[in-house]
Design a protein around this ligand. Sequence first.
Ligand SMILES: [Zn+2]
Length: 417
Amino acid sequence: MSEPLRSHAGRTIADLKALAALTSTADGAQRIAWAQTWRDAREWFRQQVEPLGLAIETDAAGNNWVRLEGDSPDTVIIGGHLDSVPNGGWLDGALGVMAGLAALRLYAGKRPVRSIAVVDWADEEGARFGRSLLGSSAASGSLDVNEVRALTDSMGISLPDALRENGIDLDRMREAHTALKKIRAHAYLELHIEQGPVLEAMNKPTGVVLGTFGVERHMIRFVGQAAHSGSTPIPMRRDAFLAAAETALACREIARRYTTPDARVVCTAGVVKVEPGIVTAVPGVCEMSLDQRALDAPVLARMLADAKAASEKAARENNVSVEWRTLWRIEPRPFDPRLIELCADAVREVTGDAPRLPSGPLHDAAEMVPHMPVVMMFAYSSNGLSHCKEEDTPEPYLLQTIEAFLRLVRSTTDARI
Ligand SMILES: [Zn+2]
């Protein structure tokens, strides 16, 4: 155990508590991107950075960067986000930024071998306008500004207006990509709370993240015939709901079939809409959502093909028709194998073990995968909860996790790879 790193980790927890005190109500964190409390959080962060003799630079997408020069222009980027969902937790996003601050303190006044850049991504959550990863996707070049131009919040304020209020011009946001390309990125590191129950189930404080899941998200529409529930014999029915129900169960079996001890996959039927929606009518139409996720692209493709086959079988057996409509898809973003090993070393050195897991939620890190080697580290989530005021990591586990992350920062910055 390294005392200096452990004391840096202790200070980081104090920082997180101070930020929470400044930006939360009794219902949780209120750092909604582009709003006043978020700006307060960023001002607080600036006040922490200034005494280190470092300055914050805001790029064209509103991402805040702090750079500490090393001997080499090759740069280790440490990312996180200060924005939260309404009534959010104290660790989601903020943990990554505060771990970056700890890294800056670790090297302040010294000259590391490689340079360090800490980035606070703007609007990771998409809580107000519904577009997640806004700042990081602008930096990665994947943002289509015309797709988000018409977005409005619940008050009717448009995204371009909210951006303008923060000094950001939507049509210039992608200049953040030009700026990112100028950085000689050696590695991108992000520490985040897991937001799920996997580490808790293993009772491990810290996990090595293998990548972010690819997602296949579709609506499946079954059409049969609405009919009287008393007069229509079961063999003569064309029940659209039953076809959907059989498909949902089949999809669960598909997910079970593709899950191995090292490669978990998931699927969810989160929306089911039945017409006519009357207790005395056989459902004539049923629309169901399907969200499938996996880290391995060929596995995800096979899961989708199997689900389509299952829906066609269920449609045939219930004498209904079936149609698929794609809502959204993203390919899996596996992280860098060498950084995964370095991350595992750091986690093992501090906690004695280095469990590996994929990330179900997307993160800013996923946007960086096409551009540089990336890895993430996860902290244990109490009760698997996140995006709520109950979100927590027990303090001894949080200390260990931050210490492990600082070890990872050290091994990437001080030229072990
Ligand atoms: Zn987050």
